[in-house]
Design a protein around this ligand. Structure first.
Ligand code: ATP
Ligand code: MG
Length: 334
């Protein structure tokens, strides 16, 4: 079977280094090994309240980030989830097929809803079923996501298998693809929490559009501990903040965490933080600069999105038609 990759990011805030290392870099590194569809998950964004003007801008920003990060516009398909209505329709159908118990087990819902389970919109609870639709519509074989989304891809697999058992072999069962390193970049202020673009504090994350000064400042102020740089991996146990910074350094410089440890062996934090700040500036600010150029040509981005929508719809509509047929829906007369 041909390898087909589907993945997306929500336009909830500016893209972070976590999204870059956990998702986009993985997409870029394997982009010529498969047929790829990358979308902006705008319908997922509204599972929590969004400012309409901001979401509009962020949608363009995200497409620009995809391209500026190195995804080839000739070979990859880019589109907005809301431009292909089949997502909504299959999303509803799969919501009806999703046992409450399966959805209740999703840790991301518990994390995001927190104490507000009765006041948040119901979509936050059911969105994993829509995510399953995003994937299954395209018969994706592989879904590259950060570690926090692994549980949702597993739910997608379970839904595909149970649907196929009930109605016949309609869906391809996809595999999650999780990077060995970088799949869970942590907050700069709390090494036990993942870096998130929706975190209220901007100091917890590096954004692709941050200035060089902002990056250096955030890394200088990133939380560490009372010790010094480790001399071995064992010394990283129970030091999540230091471990995270070392992992980021290794990923961006293309060396292992062990090599980073050897390089800064037992030194105070400041030379390491200076080097890390410079490294992030070197790798990330060119992406931000390119994003700004791309965002200035909305017409070009919209042309690309229209092309992507048509390609995506051509793949998605036959899957949806098949699903409806096996479930007993009467086909719409032409
Ligand atoms: P939000 O806080 O609004 O949920 P987010 O930063 O979690 O935003 P998403 O749009 O939910 O971003 O996820 C986009 C992709 O980035 C997913 O594949 C997700 O697994 C990945 N990702 C998100 N945060 C991290 C992180 N800290 N480290 C690695 N990958 C991440
Ligand atoms: Mg998220």
């Amino acid at each position: 079977m041909q390898k087909r990759i589907v993945s997306g990011i929500k336009p909830t805030s500016s893209m972070t280094l976590g999204n870059y290392l956990g998702a986009i870099k993985v997409w870029v590194d394997s982009q010529y090994e498969a047929e790829n569809l990358f979308f902006v998950a705008d319908h997922h964004a509204i599972t929590v309240p969004q400012d309409p003007k901001e979401m509009h801008e962020l949608t363009f920003e995200l497409v620009a980030a995809y391209i500026a990060s190195g995804l080839d516009i000739e070979t990859n398909t880019f589109f907005l989830q809301s431009h292909v209505p089949a997502h909504m329709e299959l999303g509803w159908i799969l919501t009806c097929q999703s046992p409450m118990g399966w959805l209740k087990r999703m840790t991301q819902f518990k994390d995001k809803a927190g104490k507000n389970q009765d006041s948040i919109g119901a979509g936050l609870f059911t969105y994993p079923s829509l995510m399953a639709a995003d994937i299954l519509l395209y018969s994706a074989t592989h879904v590259p996501v950060g570690d926090d989304q692994k549980q949702h891809v597993e739910l997608t697999r379970d839904l595909a298998i149970s649907f196929n058992q009930k109605f016949g072999d309609v869906f391809t069962v996809p595999e999650p693809v999780i990077a060995k390193e970088g799949a869970r970049i942590m907050s700069l202020r709390d090494g036990t929490k993942k870096m998130s673009k929706s975190d209220p504090s901007d100091m917890t994350r590096i954004n692709l559009l941050d200035s060089a000064e902002a990056i250096v400042d955030k890394i200088k102020r990133a939380k560490t501990d009372t010790g010094v740089m480790p001399s071995s991996s064992e010394e990283l146990k129970d030091r999540p903040e230091v471990k995270n910074l070392i992992e980021i350094y290794g990923l961006l410089s293309g060396i292992s965490s062990v090599q980073v440890i050897e390089q800064f062996d037992g030194q105070p934090f400041s030379p390491f933080k200076n080097a890390l700040g410079e490294l992030i500036v070197e790798k990330i600010t060119p992406i931000g600069a390119q994003m700004n150029v791309l965002m200035n040509d909305r017409a070009e981005l919209l042309r690309l999105l229209a092309k992507g929508r048509d390609k995506a719809a051509d793949l998605a509509n036959p899957t949806l038609a098949k699903v409806k047929e096996v479930m007993g829906f009467v086909a719409n007369p032409s």
